[in-house]
Design a protein around this ligand. Sequence first.
Ligand code: TYM
Length: 334
Amino acid sequence: MRVVSGIQPTGNLHLGNYLGAIKQWVAMQDSMKEGDDCLFFLADLHALTVAIDPKELANNTVEMAAALLASGIDPARSILFNQARVPAHSELTWILNGTARIGWLNRMTQFKDKAGKNREGASIGLYAYPVLMAADVLVYRTTHVPVGEDQKQHLELARDIATKFNTDFGSEVFVLPEPLVSKAAPRIMSLRDGSAKMSKSDPSEASRIHLTDSDDAIAQKLRKAKTDPTELPATMAELADRPEARNLVTIYAALAGTTPADVLAEHQGKGFGQFKPVLADVAIAALGPIRDRMVALLNDRTAVAQALEAGAEKARALAAPTLRAAQDAVGLQI
Ligand code: TYM
């Protein structure tokens, strides 16, 4: 089994990223068997697809790496690196650009969301983003990709690209990757709007909990989270049309490592005035230690950067054979 996943170092790492992806990464690392590999990376090349401040990008990359280390990614067991330091990702992307179809990319909902109304003004990178993501995964012959639900469509595209490439060039260069979407937290929603996903780009800071938030900030954001005046029911089915309430129960269960049904069994009949402070305690107990470890790690940024470089060296070695095989398949090596 080879597990690969990435996260954009765009700052604002939030509870959705943590519960939807990172918590699952750590669990996969911890259950790894002999012969398995886990590779996790900061997708700094993907971050170039929207406006960036170069100094901020470098800072965010180190900070995001510290957040992953603080969350439990262990560089002795997982390979942690930044994408730009493994050129095979970019080299394979260009080869795959010959295989990916414009019609396939036109269907990507993330591009439509991110480009908004000004599609003509979006970067080529934003449009071609999923091809780089396919290369990230295919270059390691990845078997499993732990992601939040919003990335599933991109992974289906990666499978389509791999299938077409293998068919066109009569070879088995690529392995088809399986997306693994967290059952506990496939899609954590905004604290201000139960119909929007919790996102780095939401202008409202109150919509998300950052991994760097103080205990007070966590408690305050949860206290102010949008809810409704009705008490908690006995079953999740009864929360079907109460998205904000459902989101808070989901967050509680994912943080506490239990199920939403258990949370409701314990708290049914309570109003949000009672439930929110208990949720805040659970959130602070889970996130506080991560924040404190992250702050400590950032006292030595050079050490974090060195850990990334050591990871990149291992990743380059694992990527090289697939890149070579792809080059061979299309006739690039003479
Ligand atoms: P990114 O940086 O937007 O998010 C990182 C991970 O967090 C998940 N996530 C969520 N999960 C649940 N609820 C939410 N509200 C929520 N918001 C974000 C995302 O699904 C993701 O798993 N394109 C990717 C990064 C990437 C990648 C890859 C991932 C680049 N190459 C190769 C996997 C494999 C992205 O922008 O994720």
